[in-house]
Design a protein around this ligand. Structure first.
Ligand SMILES: Cc1ncc(COP(=O)(O)O)c(C=O)c1O
Length: 391
């Protein structure tokens, strides 16, 4: 049966991770894996999540099946968090999914069902799993160059390339904390892309995986909300992995805004049924509990703000340390970037050397997890970057 099966190529992130695990140096630093870490190097369960779990542990409940859309209280709560005032939103369909990846897959499947010839336009660089998930749903992929020479989203370049999208194509955009670059779209770029959407008939799919880890929940969602007010049809893939720290509880949502909700919901449910039937409940119930309690919500918002502030401080300190050791402003982009990641302007060979000579692990494209750095490591990281780039 499986004689002709070929092992797939290793995912670049998992491959670097394997090298990290094999490295015996006590000084090794993992800046590769995309999780938030505190200054002790751990990824804590958020206080509000723990408190919500306590409440749930004492409530008599049931583990009987929910419907194919998952937890509807969660669906309403997460829709409000992402879109703001739901009273102003028409024609919204939301279903709970297996985290952000599940939302992406289900939405790509929906596109394939409606328009099998659709092409998904991905930023270059893009989140490493965007193309595999789109292709697994049978869609083809095209790329638009995203960054200028200073490592920021280039508005003219992005809008100009996306004008080549055709009616029914998908324009994949990231709401905030662009993975891998950290370079977010400005509001001006969101506005021009709303025009490109209406000129071309392409449909925006906004991947919202880092809300609240950039500037604020409201600011991080502003571009997405602008698009929601202007696009006739739009899709959103939401991940609660980072924003609620629920990584392994696999919590997320797929949303579709636009005409024909009476067809969209059963279509989404049918796709979910054929893939996994119903999503896991635990994470969604926790989010619903947090969003439904003023105290838990406040505790969650405060902790999220503290996480965001730690990332900002790391950005400022690393950019400053690099200014000092290199005597250039070459790395100032790190301070302007948002969310967990930045891409260092290093070659794959220099990133390899960072790993082999300094036990500092980022991916070949230069991506490092700024949210994974401890304060006392900043100077060593800056020195090591300087050493591998001045040879
Ligand atoms: C941009 C982006 N989208 C989606 C995801 C998927 O997240 P998850 O499936 O863990 O919720 C990630 C995870 O790193 C991501 O960076």
């Amino acid at each position: 049966m499986f004689e002709s099966l070929q092992a797939p190529a290793a995912d670049p992130i998992f491959a670097v991770n394997a090298c990290f695990r094999a490295d015996m140096s006590p000084r090794k630093l993992d800046l590769c894996v995309g999780v938030y870490r505190d200054d002790h190097g751990s990824t804590p369960v958020m206080r509000a999540v723990r408190d919500a779990e306590n409440v749930l542990a004492h409530r008599s409940g049931s583990k009987a099946y929910l419907g194919l859309s998952g937890n509807d209280t969660f669906n309403t709560a997460i829709s409000g968090l992402v879109l703001g005032d739901l009273a102003a939103v028409d024609n919204l369909t939301t279903i709970q999914t297996i985290a952000g990846t599940g939302a992406l897959r289900i939405l790509f499947e929906l596109v394939h069902l409606a328009n099998p010839g659709s092409t998904v336009w991905l930023s270059d660089p893009a989140y490493a799993n965007h193309a595999p998930v789109a292709r697994a749903a049978g869609l083809s992929v095209a790329r638009y160059e995203y960054l200028n020479d200073s490592g920021q989203a280039d508005p003219d370049l992005v809008a100009c390339q996306l004008r080549n999208a055709r009616r029914g194509d998908v324009m994949l955009l990231q709401a905030s904390g662009h993975n891998p670059s950290g370079a977010d779209m400005t509001m001006d770029l969101w506005r021009s892309l709303a025009e490109v959407v209406s000129e071309t008939g392409a449909v925006p799919l906004v991947d919202a995986a880092y809300l609240g880890l950039g500037d604020s929940l409201e600011t991080d969602a502003a571009g997405l909300r602008y698009m929601a007010c202007h696009a006739e049809t739009m899709m959103i893939a939401v991940s609660c992995s980072k924003t609620f720290g629920l990584y392994r509880d696999r919590t997320g949502a797929a949303m579709v805004l636009g005409p024909r909700p009476a067809t969209i919901r059963p279509a989404l449910q049918q796709i979910a049924r054929s893939l996994y039937s119903m999503p896991p409940d635990h994470g969604a119930t926790i989010v619903a509990e947090i969003m439904g309690s003023a105290d838990l919500f406040q505790s969650w918002e405060e902790e999220l703000a503290a996480m965001r502030q730690r990332i900002r401080t790391n950005r400022e300190s690393l950019a400053l340390a690099l200014q000092e050791v290199t005597q250039t402003d070459h790395y100032d982009r790190i301070q302007q970037h948002k969310g967990m990641f930045s891409m260092l302007p290093l070659t794959p060979a220099q990133m390899l050397q960072l790993r082999t000579d300094h036990s500092i692990y980022g991916t070949d494209d230069g991506r490092v997890n700024i949210a994974g750095i401890r304060t006392n490591e900043i100077h060593r990281i800056a020195e090591s970057i300087h050493q591998v780039t001045r040879l």
